[in-house]
Design a protein around this ligand. Structure first.
Ligand SMILES: Nc1ncnc2c1ncn2[C@@H]1O[C@H](COP(=O)(O)OP(=O)(O)OP(=O)(O)O)[C@@H](O)[C@H]1O
Ligand SMILES: [Mg+2]
Length: 277
């Protein structure tokens, strides 16, 4: 059981000072997490950053999924190299106004697995926070690997000022169990739950317009009510959301007026309202 994680705050060392200085220039940091894999965290995290930018804010995405980074693909920056500033800090790759940092940008070969244990992952996340020249930002959206492992723990340990978490879940009962567990994880490590998002909630047939609840629907809301945390919204299954991720053009950016983009922008609005009230 991991408790009192924040008692182990960043210390006085050079690396910790760098992190504090860089992170002081970023107004809000949000952790996107889920209990289960493949529920749409990375897709949501990317779209959330673009939704903030669509509303005139500045945003960055930090992909702390060291073993399975997907922000390179989703934001279309795969194969692009980050550049080094004269002071040896690293410039994030910028696309559509969003600054993106992912392990994928550091790998020579995207087929090569990263085989690292906890301490090395912590070190990489430290460098993502301290050595990257993020500049001034309103939002840093942090995309995590599934579950409650080293990566989100390290991020929270290094960023005691983390504003909160957004928990992604799917509508079926099996996912609810995971959503509840993830709410407890966030609360246990002292990160406020900003809310639950139900992803892949119903499918609207593009031909006849009829809605089919492939994975049921309403489970995310039920979990939020049970756990007494906000429910932020339901995003339907939409082939174009998947395709835009494959093409490297986040949905909100590509189809700003689509119904699902409106839902994602509404979710961004709720998060902003909560954190800036
Ligand atoms: N609302 C949606 N409609 C259609 N496809 C979606 C939707 N959300 C996510 N997807 C697709 O589902 C797959 C999994 O999504 P994604 O990679 O974002 O999940 P993840 O939770 O980050 O996975 P992991 O746990 O492996 O990090 C992707 O192919 C993505 O394009
Ligand atoms: Mg992911």
């Amino acid at each position: 059981m991991v408790q009192n994680i924040k008692t182990n705050l960043p210390g006085q060392g050079d690396e910790d000072r760098k992190i504090r200085e860089r992170m002081a220039k970023i107004k809000h940091k949000i952790l996107v997490i889920s209990g289960k894999g493949g529920v749409g965290k990375s897709t949501f995290a990317a779209n959330l950053a673009y939704a903030f930018v669509a509303d005139g804010d500045s945003a960055g995405i930090l992909d702390i999924d060291i073993h399975g980074p997907s922000q390179g693909r989703i934001t279309g920056i795969e194969g692009l190299q980050m550049t080094i500033n004269p002071d040896n800090s690293i410039k994030p790759i910028e696309k559509g106004g969003v600054r993106i940092v992912t392990m994928a940008s550091l790998l020579q070969d995207s087929d090569q697995p990263v085989i690292w244990r906890g301490p090395l992952k912590m070190k990489a996340i430290k460098q993502f926070l301290g050595d990257i020249d993020w500049g001034e930002l309103d939002w840093l959206v942090i995309d995590s690997p599934p579950g409650t492992g080293d990566e989100p723990l390290s991020a929270v340990q290094l960023l005691p000022e983390m504003d909160g978490s957004v928990i992604i879940t799917q509508p079926q009962d099996l996912s609810l169990l995971d959503a509840r567990k993830t709410v407890k994880f966030s609360q246990t490590i002292g990160v406020k739950v900003l809310g639950i998002v139900e992803n892949m909630s119903g499918f609207i047939c593009p031909h006849c317009g009829k809605r089919t609840d492939i994975f049921k629907s309403g489970g995310g809301k039920k979990a939020a009510e049970e756990m007494k945390v906000p429910f932020l919204g339901s995003i339907p299954i939409e082939p174009a959301i998947m395709e835009s991720g494959e093409m490297g053009k986040p949905f909100v950016w590509m189809f700003p007026d689509a119904e699902s983009s409106k839902i994602m922008k509404e979710i961004a609005g709720k998060i902003r309202a909560e954190l800036e009230k």
